[in-house]
Design a protein around this ligand. Structure first.
Ligand code: GYE
Length: 325
């Protein structure tokens, strides 16, 4: 309500000015571009690069003036960016929150300035959910469950075998790390032979994924049967560590990851990754549409969930040409 009233008032004032100037026309009104401030998490993964491209492309195609800020995985940078968008009086703010908590104050500032906020990709944990209009993104708990269910199916082939899992977690406190851990644990619960023996963050990057896997291999060695990585980049880092340790990823150690980026398909085709659970980064077009709807005062659902699948290595070669990121 507040938002639609605001844009109506804005348009009315603009129309008055245009009419006074003697150029009054509906097309002149429609030409005023919407300004969106977007605070991105960073450039930590292949997924993120595809997400940034999708948002920039969609804004361009949609004629939206995008003010893009990269937070380099730091919450304080995101808070600064949002404050600067408020100061610039953008029409709408969108952001992908690096972690779930700590947003109340800055979101209250946006609300006080009557600027609607749209969350994309990652969720926030705030008591007052009126601080954002909607959240567009994946169901990360379900992604974790899908990864766990795939492992349960695979384990049926070797029912007597113990499967010791090492987990490479995403960024500490981020929605995908919290939810993907929970979903996976839910799926494997109650199986005495399938258990997580080590779990540590690799911050969603290849370099950290590799580093943490090296430490796991040093302390656990041949005890490790499965790697569950919260994203493909960390899995690819782990694959390198396993190869350098003289073992065969995908054969000696089962590798499971999430995202479904091209690098993961290449690793599956090479027989080094066993499965990737899809998480689509192509959120740009939907974000622009939702922003336009919000500014037009149209009701939008509080939660917009992305549709996704699971891709085991067996279908990788066939699916590869269809991948868009
Ligand atoms: O899985 C990971 C990225 O928030 C869903 O962030 C996103 C995650 C994605 O760095 O690769």
């Amino acid at each position: 309500m507040t938002f639609s009233r605001r844009s109506f008032l804005g348009n009315a004032i603009q129309l008055a000015i245009i009419t006074i100037a003697g150029f009054g026309s509906a097309s002149a009104l429609a030409a005023k571009p919407v300004v969106m401030g977007f605070s991105q998490v960073g450039a930590e993964s292949e997924w993120r690069t595809a997400n940034t491209l999708s948002i920039k492309d969609a804004a361009k195609k949609d004629g939206i003036n995008l003010k893009f800020a990269d937070a380099q995985q730091k919450q304080e940078n995101q808070v600064k960016a949002i404050r600067s968008f408020i100061a610039q009086k953008v029409d709408v703010i969108a952001f992908s929150p690096v972690v779930e908590t700590g947003w109340d104050t800055v979101l209250r500032e946006a609300k006080a300035a009557k600027i609607p906020v749209i969350l994309t990709d990652r969720a926030v944990n705030v008591t007052d959910t009126s601080l954002y209009v909607t959240f567009i993104g994946s169901d990360f708990v379900e992604e974790g469950r899908r990864a766990g269910r795939w492992l349960l199916e695979r384990a049926k082939k070797t029912p007597d075998r113990t499967l010791n899992i090492v987990e490479l977690q995403g960024t500490v406190g981020s929605a995908p790390a919290i939810d993907r851990k929970n979903g996976f644990e839910q799926a494997i619960a109650g199986n005495a032979k399938i258990k997580i023996i080590r779990s540590q963050t690799g911050d969603f990057t290849r370099a950290k994924g590799k580093e943490v896997m090296e430490a796991f291999l040093k302390s656990q060695g041949k005890n490790i049967n499965v790697v569950y990585a919260h994203n493909d980049d960390m899995a690819i880092g782990a694959i390198q560590a396993i190869e350098e340790a003289g073992m065969k990823p995908g054969t000696d150690i089962i590798i499971i990851s999430i995202d479904g980026v091209k690098g993961a398909f290449e690793a599956m085709i090479a027989g080094k990754l066993n499965v990737t659970v899809e998480c689509s980064p192509l959120l740009g077009p939907q974000l622009m549409q939702v922003a336009r709807d919000v500014l037009a005062g149209k009701p939008v659902p509080k939660r917009i969930t992305t549709e996704e699948g699971v891709f085991p290595a067996e279908v990788a070669a066939k699916e590869f040409p269809n991948r868009k990121y």
